[in-house]
Design a protein around this ligand. Structure first.
Ligand code: GAP
Length: 442
């Protein structure tokens, strides 16, 4: 399954991508007018469409199409004991060092990337200290230990605490899973590589509960399914691989773990983790909450704590991978260049642009755009030279442009231009909706 390859990293430089994302409204720094805030990003009109397409596809594949997975949307803040049981209060930390000269803080295991000391001379690092990555807040009027709560560091813990309730209301038997998409927060010491390592991000997690004898089989099943998903959304197979964790990398309770990695311009990096977490989570919450979370198997008449196979994918990292992978700066025959994002149509933020050749004939084209908008995200643009309008759509990855010209007035046909090949085809205006729909849901 591992597709270790000689694939080149995406041709885009990160500074070019960051520039395009801000200029066209994919992602840009949060609170930009105040100079931004490190590790926090806002998704603009195109970014939110891209991320919503990704989330919808994940939900469709992992939850809706299956009768053995239930959905959940739990609160971001949960009982603080949750994070004691999960081990986060005690162990969720990175070793960090401070530089006495420039006063900056670094992860002790990433000092190679520290860069030069801004105070001049060499960095003067302190001894490593443990730094808990959970973001704290306070509930109620007083700011004391009793009112301390945490913004969740991963979405899955509520899946474990809600395990019994969801299983009962959904009348599920093992094997079955609970899935959710939601925000997670980590006070990363060095947020970096654009949205890759952020302090606020979104995860899509599935916790799949199985009998002990079936854990290996389900681990393989979900690893294969998740690897296939990344190809389905259009990531190049040559830039995807699975990396099995070495035994020394495994959490003490885990039996197996593997990362799905993508070849970013800054190297191979994890976008998704698939973990065999054993019965650690349910056992710990049972112990801390004093509630029985075991399962009675009616067939074998045995009672046990289910094992958990987890799939955990970052929506922001995957969006970044989609952007890096889609980017191409293409040299055209006429000596010109165009920047194209070759998104898979299912992920493209805008599915089609409707472009009347002139303002004088805009009305029927606008009517077409209105009709298409009932089914998909459509952009309508009447201004400017048609070549330039095509380029603007190429740059945001719109798969099709539909041009209404003077001939359309008499023959009722429009020209559909395909983004990657730039081939043009004339089809009846009344057929456009079905034509696009067929290509979006083949
Ligand atoms: N419940 C398991 C868990 O949270 P993880 O490997 O820490 O595992 C899973 O995180 C996924 O969440 C990662 O593969 C990554 O895509 C995303 N992720 C983790 N930390 C992130 C961060 N600081 N910024 C953006 N995405 C992050």
């Amino acid at each position: 399954m591992t597709s270790e390859s000689d694939a080149p990293p995406p041709s885009v430089r990160m500074d070019e991508l960051v520039g395009l994302c801000a200029r066209r409204g994919f992602m840009f720094p949060s609170s930009e007018i105040y100079g931004g805030i490190n590790g926090f990003w806002d998704y603009g009109p195109l970014g939110v469409e891209l991320k919503n397409n990704l989330k919808a596809r994940w939900w469709q594949r992992v939850v809706r199409e299956r009768d053995d997975v239930e959905g959940l949307d739990s609160s971001i803040i949960c009982h603080p004991r949750t994070w004691e049981a999960s081990g986060h209060v005690e162990h969720f930390s990175d070793p960090m060092v401070d530089c006495r000269a420039c006063k900056r803080r670094f992860r002790a295991d990433q000092l190679d990337d520290a860069g030069p000391c801004s105070a001049g001379g060499e960095h003067q690092f302190t001894e490593p200290r443990s730094f808990n990555l959970m973001l704290k807040t306070f509930i109620g009027a007083s700011e004391d230990t009793a009112s301390t709560a945490y913004l969740r560091a991963e979405t899955c813990q509520s899946i474990f605490t809600d395990f019994r309730r969801v299983r009962e209301v959904a009348r599920q038997k093992l094997p079955f899973g609970i899935a959710q998409i939601g925000k997670a927060f980590r006070n990363e010491i060095n947020p970096r590589n654009f949205t890759f390592r952020s302090r606020e991000f979104e995860q899509a997690e599935l916790e799949f509960f199985v009998a002990p004898a079936e854990r290996e089989q389900w681990f393989r099943y979900w690893l294969d399914a998740r690897f296939a998903f990344h190809q389905e959304i259009g990531l190049s197979p040559a830039r995807l691989r699975v990396r099995d964790h070495e035994p020394r990398e495994l959490a003490h309770y885990a039996k197996a773990a593997a990362d799905v990695e993508f070849l970013f311009p800054f190297g191979w990096q994890e976008i998704e983790g698939v973990h065999d977490r054993g019965d650690w989570d349910l056992s710990r919450h049972s112990e801390y909450a004093g509630k029985d979370l075991s399962y009675m198997d009616e067939e074998s008449k045995t009672k046990f704590v289910p094992m958990v196979i987890e799939t955990s994918v970052g929506m922001d990292r995957t969006c970044l991978a989609l952007l890096c992978d889609a980017w191409e700066e293409e040299a055209l025959e006429d000596g010109e260049k165009r920047t194209v994002l070759h998104f898979h149509p299912s992920m493209a933020p805008v599915k089609a642009a409707v472009l009347p050749l002139s303002k004088k004939i805009a009305e029927p084209a606008e009517k077409l755009a209105r009709d298409l908008r009932k089914r998909m995200n459509v952009f309508f643009d009447v201004a400017g030279n048609i070549g330039r309008r095509y380029r603007r759509q190429d740059e945001i990855g719109t798969p099709w442009c539909v041009t209404y010209d003077f001939e359309s007035e008499s023959d009722g046909q429009v020209t559909v231009r395909e983004r990657d090949s730039m081939r043009q085809e004339r089809i009846p205006m009344t057929a456009v909706r079905a034509w696009l729909q067929d290509r979006l849901d083949p």
